[in-house]
Ligand binder design. Sequence first.
Ligand SMILES: Nc1nc2c(ncn2[C@@H]2O[C@H](COP(=O)(O)OP(=O)(O)OP(=O)(O)O)[C@@H](O)[C@H]2O)c(=O)[nH]1
Ligand SMILES: [Mg+2]
Length: 537
Amino acid sequence: MLRSFSSALRGCSRKFQTSISCKKLYTSEGEGARERPPKLLVVQPRMRPEKLLQAKLNEALCLANSLEDQRDGYFHTDFFDKPLPPHVLVQNRVPRVDSYFGHGTVDNIKCHVNAAAESKDEVDAVFVNAILSGIQQRNLERAWGKPVLDRVGLIIEIFNAHAFTKEAKLQAELAALSYKKTRLVRVRGPDGRYTFGASGDAEVVSARGRGSGGQGFMSGAGETELQLQRRRILERRNYLLSQIEEVRRTRALQRAGRRRRGGSSGQGLATVAVVGYTNAGKSTLVSRLSGSDLYSDCRLFATVDPRVRSAVLPSGKKVLFSDTVGFISDLPVQLVEAFHATLEEVVEADLLVHVVDSSAPNLDEHRTTVLQVLRQIGVSEEKLRNMIEVWNKIDMEEECMDVDEYVVDEDEEGVEVEDDVKSELLAENEGMKEVGFEAMEEKEYSDGWLYDDDDDLGDEGDRQNQSIEKHSGLDKESGPHVKTSAITGVGLQELLELIDQKLCVQNNKGAQVVGRSIYERKWRPSHNQESGIAVEQ
Ligand SMILES: Nc1nc2c(ncn2[C@@H]2O[C@H](COP(=O)(O)OP(=O)(O)OP(=O)(O)O)[C@@H](O)[C@H]2O)c(=O)[nH]1
Ligand SMILES: [Mg+2]
């Protein structure tokens, strides 16, 4: 596993980064010392086939190492200097409602947490690469004595840590609020008082809050604690939305200005939005095409703040390339929604360039994720049909072949098994001692936007399996595409020519293809098990 992770990183080039971190998970290294990014223990549920498991584990390790605050656009630590985070693969066939994992698995992970503490390599938190409900998260925190981050929680933390501009910070906070709102459970704080919260050392107690004790009209008399917390979240959310609305207006004015100023032909500057899965090489590509120096890094979500750079096409026409936040699988719709102001640039762009990391073993899943998000945010089908696909990182193709040859220890079902997982499976079968989880009245506190407890995660695995099994290279894909290496510069001229050609055809047609504003759309969680995404109402 170590080999595949480092192999994935080998293709990435070193970039400049220095910064200081300051998050609640962050720990001070000593008196007067700088706070260091949190050390996470990565828990990866097993899935089939092996290739998918490996891709998911690599992504989880990258996510864990990506959490670090930036200051003035730089990170303090070099991504390549970071050690591989401690990790454990665990068996989890049917997720439990109260604790997600079975008791044996929970105990096994607890052993890993304890072992890390004894070896003076203590972890600050546990990252479970799955989507947990508030109750599952709370019970696991109690069992392991550490804060627990699930996939969505960690991605939100990364967004918050990497956000630099006011726009990105507002949107990241909005995403965090939407997430917290659904996981308010009643907890006992360090002072022994009960309250409703979403984080901190807390004991799970009764699900229903009593009166907040507020007095008078203005202090919210008669509200339960839960209602009070929800009201506070709502107030903050409304404030953030009003601020984001300002950002949207400014962006719309900037866009109009760009169009008015126009190019040499007087027809306005066309905008090309560069989209794709996180880490596909979008920023590197835009930098190369525009001769600028955008920040790029092997960290996932290195770009959270959108950037626009100009370039000249072979025809002499000037265009604007817009680099934006990357996408990732299993992203809840609320998270995408929070980034509407930024993603509106994509909807309004004249042309889309979809950057695919051709070295990713599960690139079909990446591609599907990107198309789903583009549809979610309101990109028209016509624009999707007209989109150029860029198969980037072709210089890494040979390295990917090496990863395929990676030999693993397999169990009878052909799935990689680590020693600790074997012991954990044994424990699971023998029925280890019960952990006293409290069965909470979960329904009251979750509006279910993360995922439905009834969902069989096996279906998700099967869907991804089909995707990964289907994938046997990029060649059978149709549609206009260019093979590039943003690092070596291969294929970039071809890409510029194709963009030129597409924009020219569009101009001749006089096509003004503008998707419906994402703010005019309503959202609801999908009931379509297959796609697992929200659909337009
Ligand atoms: N070998 C190789 N590495 C590349 C190529 N393009 C980008 N990279 C590396 O891949 C890593 C990610 O590149 P970025 O440009 O930051 O990717 P991104 O899509 O903007 O990522 P996010 O902003 O995090 O979504 C960096 O370390 C780049 O140096 C390429 O063509 N070949
Ligand atoms: Mg980027």
